[in-house]
Design a protein around this ligand. Structure first.
Ligand code: C2E
Ligand code: CA
Ligand code: CA
Length: 399
């Protein structure tokens, strides 16, 4: 990335410090630097459609509108800008703002303590990648419920499969089923456009049955083909589904109907909201485990009370959230989170799966740390179920 192609916005109330920062940037070869003395004027510049900002450098403690509020507005605008925090405040406070920033889906390059120097700034700016290369977690517009209904009735929803591979021998161990809507006019629609709508309207179960049924069918085909053996497929279960005490039996029947053993299926559970009906959920989970299903705690590290859940649910697998995996090779803090999750899983005798492995560096780090399985774009993107066997047979482990 060429420095003279990047536009910066510097939000800093202290005149001398702001001018110093601007000068440092100019010495680094930057041509476009906008300046603001508080969050409000920074926001005006940011929102001006005539000015495109690539990197924001923002102080936290500013009059009128402080850095936290400014960051919130930037996050809610859903615009692809990267952020560097500059602050003289204590480390733990900056760390919590960092977490907040990431939760808004903003690409945080890091924090620099004051006084800011060219050297400190250069290493953070060096991590900048243009928008489009990055992933964003902004909320997505939901498809209308009536249209989703029609799609389900017409059989337009199908699970794609994303491979999971062992890290010690790089053998394919199975896949995760990730639902896609093959819309006749709009093409492939991702789950983010319909799962929240279904969950809010208590209609997620209909989709769960479609995915589970098609997944069991696929596993049965694999068995019959004799081409791969002993592979498991993970299916995502919404916590809401588990409120109905009959669900464990439905799941068991569905899988049995296809002549598939329960231990070929892993159920991934994400804690997106607190367990509403703890007793029913635990009854279902215990029964599913008793029948032989694998149980995975999904998005580990992001939930409300992951630790509490771990203590009471008979999990077999821990899936580390991608936010701790992406870029772990170059970020010490993420590495610490990975290490301690791994130790925890080890003590509890759980299989550890890292999701969101995008680079060879992250793959190598996870391997070193003793992670059991990996899933991510570095290995393969989710693919139509029919393509999986061919893919698995040609997969060559990274060296
Ligand atoms: P999840 O369970 O955390 O699934 C992982 C998501 O990360 C998938 O997004 C996958 O495509 C994506 N992913 C995998 N590897 C990488 C990577 O290396 N880099 C990046 N940037 N992303 C990666 P997808 O398919 O869009 O699914 C989103 C979420 O929708 C899932 O998150 C899951 O919570 C939900 N979902 C998907 N299928 C179902 C389903 O059948 N039932 C329910 N209840 N939820 C589902
Ligand atoms: Ca999952
Ligand atoms: Ca996840």
């Amino acid at each position: 990335m060429n420095m003279n192609e990047l536009a910066f916005l510097v939000a800093e109330d202290h005149d001398f410090q702001r001018r110093t920062l601007v000068r440092i940037l100019q010495n680094m070869g930057v041509k476009t630097v906008y300046e603001a003395a508080d969050g409000r004027s920074a926001l005006e510049i940011f929102r001006d459609p005539g000015r495109q900002v690539d990197i924001i450098i923002s102080d936290l403690d500013m009059p009128e509108m402080d850095g936290m509020e400014f960051i919130r507005h930037v996050g809610e605008a859903g615009v692809q800008a990267s952020l560097i925090l500059s602050s003289a405040l204590e480390r733990t406070l900056i760390a919590s703002v960092e977490t907040m920033t990431r939760a808004y889906g903003i690409n945080l390059l890091g924090a620099v303590d004051k006084p800011v120097t060219a050297k400190k700034l250069a290493s953070l700016v060096g991590a900048y990648r243009p928008a489009g290369v990055r992933t964003k977690r902004a909320p997505m517009e939901q498809m209308p419920l009536a249209e989703i209904d029609e799609g389900i009735a017409a059989g337009q929803f199908e699970p794609f499969l994303q491979p999971k591979v062992g890290m010690d021998n790089a053998k394919v161990t199975g896949a995760e089923a990730l639902v896609r809507w093959r819309h006749p006019e709009r093409g492939l629609i991702p789950p983010a456009a319909f799962i929240p709508a279904l969950e809010e309207n208590d209609r997620i179960d209909e989709l769960t049955w479609v995915v589970l049924d098609r997944t069991a069918q696929t596993v049965r085909k694999w068995q019959d083909s004799g081409r791969i053996n002993g592979h498991t497929v993970s299916v995502n279960l919404s916590l809401k589904t588990l409120n109905d005490p009959k669900v464990a039996d439905h799941i068991t029947e569905c899988v049995r109907r296809h002549g598939v053993a329960a231990n070929r299926i892993v159920l991934e559970i994400t804690e997106t909201a607190a367990m509403t009906d703890v007793a029913h959920c635990l009854e279902n989970l215990s029964r599913l485990r008793m029948k032989g299903f694998g149980l995975s705690i999904d998005d580990f590290g992001t939930g409300y009370s992951s630790m509490q859940q771990l203590a009471r649910v008979p999990y077999t697998e821990l899936k580390i959230d991608q936010s701790f995996v992406m870029g772990a090779a170059s970020e010490a803090r993420l590495r610490v989170m990975l290490e301690s999750s791994m130790q925890l899983a080890d003590k509890l005798g759980l299989t550890v799966v890292a999701e969101g492995v995008e680079t060879h560096d992250d793959w190598k780090l996870l391997q070193q740390l003793g992670c059991h399985k990996a899933q991510g774009y570095f290995i393969a993107r989710p693919m139509p179920a029919e393509e999986f066997l061919d893919w698995a047979e040609q997969w060559a482990p990274p060296r």
